[in-house]
Design a protein around this ligand. Structure first.
Ligand code: FAS
Ligand code: PHB
Length: 391
């Protein structure tokens, strides 16, 4: 089989890229090792930056998003029993974010795939990018027990943090930067109304907490937990007591408890692999970078990467201009590092680190108190949270 662009992975990066290429009339094939149900069933991101919303609209995939997404013009910070709101729209000339779960985004992308000629091979096994150092790359894989080879012009590794694309890059070319945090996030989904109509990020001496949602009747909550903690350590009652404590009396005043139907623990790390291109192999999304979810950047970075890559491929095929492909890695990394910085900083501001001494704790509280009273400091949060422009 032959195509122009072989895409490994049908997560947000792979599917947004596939749709962008389909719209540009550039043939592509997506090789996904799991089933659609598995990919769509993963509970992950919850907040779309303005750029991601705009891309869904540009692709004509935003009908449900417009109908069901929750537009948030502000977000809230809680500390020492206080809560204050950052009016993001006022501070960014009207920008906002939209709460719309990654599961819903994936459903919209998958539903529109076949009608738009987006070809996806699910349950592709043993996927291997090959010969991407030359002008005739290919991807070998096994489908239905039969060995296949997909010849192509380019390979886009959109295969996530544990994918094969980055692993196939020469070790002497790849440089990685990493920070593994000494804690994780325990998250639940429960069909109860959210405690607040916007998100609340809470810094408490017992640890971080986040009050989010998926709709006006479905809540998403997180508490910071130690790396040695397990889901079984956290029955619902303990979770609800802890989220109430960490949000504080004012923020938790309207907390509605109920049975969780999803409970998971995610580790936190900051990670960047450079470069995001070797020969005809390009990395995009979690395959190249990971951020702690504090800044709600993960999925949104995947989207901005593939928006840049699709633009570069359009110029290659349409104008025989390779400047976009040659500049992709530097351009994508420039935005990635700014999101890495914001996510790392926001995690440092709101989480309890095991080695934190009383002075460090007071510095956190002092910085939150300063932000509370500073339009300049709140503008920094607002412009990063709604999403920095694609440069
Ligand atoms: P993904 O990992 O989403 O997709 C990669 C795809 O490639 C997967 O479908 C995988 O099956 C496939 N694949 C992997 N190896 C393959 C192979 N060898 N062959 C074929 N296919 C292969 N982000 C936020 O903004 N907010 C959050 O709250 C948040 N929570 C998260 C919680 C967890 C547990 C995790 C893991 C991530 C979370 N993220 C969050 C980040 C997440 O949303 C990612 O940023 C986003 O899914 C990135 O999309 P992709 O780059 O497409 O990678
Ligand atoms: C979520 O709703 O899952 C969510 C929201 C904001 C974050 C992280 C996760 O920063």
């Amino acid at each position: 089989m032959r195509t122009k662009v072989a895409i490994i992975g049908a997560g947000p990066a792979g599917l947004f890229l596939a749709h962008l290429l389909a719209r540009a009339g550039i043939d592509a094939v997506v090789l996904e090792r799991r089933t659609r149900d598995y990919v769509e069933g993963r509970v992950r991101a919850g907040v779309l930056e303005q750029g991601t919303v705009a891309l869904m609209a540009e692709l004509g995939l935003d009908a449900r998003l417009r109908a069901e997404g929750l537009v948030h013009t502000g977000t809230n910070l809680a500390y020492d029993g206080e809560v204050f709101r950052v009016d993001m729209a006022a501070l960014t000339g009207g920008s906002a974010v939209t709460v719309y779960g990654q599961q819903e985004v994936m459903r919209d992308l998958f539903d529109a795939a076949e009608p738009r000629g987006v070809r996806i091979v699910f349950e592709a096994e043993d996927v291997r990018p090959e010969d991407f150092g030359g002008s005739s790359p290919s991807v070998s894989y096994v489908a239905g027990g039969v060995a296949q080879r997909l010849s192509c012009d380019f390979i886009a590794a959109c295969d996530g943090f544990h994918g094969v694309g980055r692993a196939a890059m020469p070790a002497d070319v790849l440089k990685v930067y990493e920070r593994v945090y000494p804690f994780g996030w325990l998250g639940i989904l429960a069909d109860v109304p959210p405690v607040n109509h916007e998100l609340i990020y809470a810094n408490h001496e017992r640890g971080f907490a986040l009050a989010s949602m998926r709709s006006e009747s479905r809540s998403r909550y997180y508490v910071q937990v130690g790396l040695d903690e397990r889901i079984d350590d956290w029955p619902d009652d303990r979770f609800w007591d802890e989220i109430a404590t960490r949000l504080g009396p004012e923020a938790a005043a309207g907390l509605v408890r109920g049975p969780s139907f999803e409970k998971s623990i995610a580790p936190l790390r900051s990670f960047v692999a450079e470069p995001m291109r070797v020969g005809r192999l390009f990395l995009a999304g979690d395959a190249a970078h990971i951020v702690p979810p504090t800044g709600a950047k993960g999925m949104n970075l995947a989207v901005s990467d593939v928006a840049m890559l699709a633009d570069a491929l359009r110029r290659h095929y349409g104008d025989r201009d390779d400047s976009g492909l040659d500049g992709y890695s530097a351009r994508a990394l420039a935005r990635v590092w700014k999101a890495e910085r914001f996510s790392w900083w926001f995690t440092g501001l709101t989480h309890r680190f095991p080695d934190m001494d009383p002075f460090a704790r007071r510095m956190q509280v002092a910085e939150l108190a300063y932000i509370r009273g500073s339009q300049a400091a709140q503008t920094v949060i607002a412009e990063n949270y709604v999403g920095l422009p694609l440069t």
